[in-house]
Design a protein. Structure first.
Length: 68
């Protein structure tokens, strides 16, 4: 006679994962996050400064000369 009780089923023992995998993933994630922070900091630092000096170069045409 089989039991219909769902708690009566046998369960498999939980697999124990290696703690090194979790540590390695955390270290890789921290390195990636640090790299993104450095990249963002450099991008913000390289932006142009508002109100800087602008130089305009203009070519002047010579005036026509009349003979004396």
């Amino acid at each position: 006679m089989s039991s219909l009780d769902p708690l009566a089923r046998t369960r498999r023992p939980a697999r124990r994962r290696s703690p090194w995998l979790r540590v390695a993933l955390l270290v890789v994630g921290a390195v990636v996050l640090f790299g993104l922070g450095v990249a963002l900091g450099l991008a913000v630092d390289d932006r142009p400064v508002p109100g800087g000096t602008q130089t305009f170069v203009r070519t002047l045409e010579p005036l026509p000369q009349t003979p004396p």
